[in-house]
Write a protein that binds this ligand. Structure first.
Ligand code: ADP
Ligand code: ZN
Length: 220
């Protein structure tokens, strides 16, 4: 199964994509995580992406597409993939369709997680991430048991440098202008599943799994 998670920054698509990939035993490919890894390692790719990410802008399509498609060609992707953060605009979506078609594959479903803009602002400002296992916390809504420390692995929590007020505004603008149109693109293809992202994390996961199961039954 090939799935895409769509959602504004802060909608919880990373959290949900991680949970669903684990439940269904699929590879989880998060473009933002791939970029941050490249940045940390100081690779050429990381250097190319750095300025865009810090400003909250999209990394150029060729770079992002190449990076994700290459990651998707790893053996663990064969059983299926949950894409998180890619595609982020129409050009990337079309490049992905083409690449999959070459292998006689296609996207099976697209999960769009809906959250109001007000809620997004709140979540992003308080977001903290475990530097070791990438688990996401919110210092207001879902704080860790010990301040600054991950519940799962005791790793140190950090605030993403692109989670500042100004960059958050920019990322939301880009989302609504370039990424949100993908919702219609996939709806027209009959692949869209819409999920309310303002429930608890577990409830959103439960509803997503239920919707996927239902779709799978109909598709078969
Ligand atoms: P969020 O969804 O919370 O904005 P991500 O971790 O998915 O966070 O992405 C962080 C940044 O990485 C983006 O703001 C952008 O600069 C870059 N990026 C991630 N995915 C893509 C993509 N598909 N195309 C272009 N840039 C991307
Ligand atoms: Zn952790």
């Amino acid at each position: 199964m090939y799935s895409i998670f769509l959602g504004a920054p802060g909608a919880g698509k990373g959290t949900q994509a991680t949970a669903i990939a684990q439940k269904l035993n699929l590879a989880h490919i998060a473009s933002g995580d791939l970029f941050r890894q490249a940045l940390k390692r100081g690779t050429g790719l990381g250097r190319q992406a750095k300025n865009y990410i810090e400003k909250g802008e999209l990394v150029p399509n060729e770079i992002a597409t190449h990076m994700v498609l290459e990651r998707m060609s790893a053996p663990d992707s064969e059983k299926g993939t949950v894409l998180d953060g890619f595609p982020r605009n129409l050009e990337q979506a079309k490049a992905l369709d083409k690449a999959l078609a070459r292998k006689s594959l296609e996207i099976d479903n697209v999960i769009s997680i809906k959250v109001s803009e007000e809620e997004l602002q709140k979540r992003l400002g308080g977001r903290r991430i475990c530097h070791r296992c990438q688990t996401v916390y919110n210092i207001v809504e879902s704080p860790p048991h010990v301040e600054g420390k991950c519940d799962k692995c005791e790793g140190k929590l950090y605030q993403r440098p692109d989670d500042t007020a100004e960059t958050i505004k920019k990322r939301l603008e880009i989302y609504f202008e370039h990424t949100a149109p993908l919702i219609d693109y996939y709806r027209r293809k009959g692949k869209l599943i819409e999920v309310d992202g303002e429930e608890t994390v577990d409830e959103v996961t439960r509803r997503t799994v239920a919707a996927l199961n239902e779709r799978w039954l109909i598709a078969r």
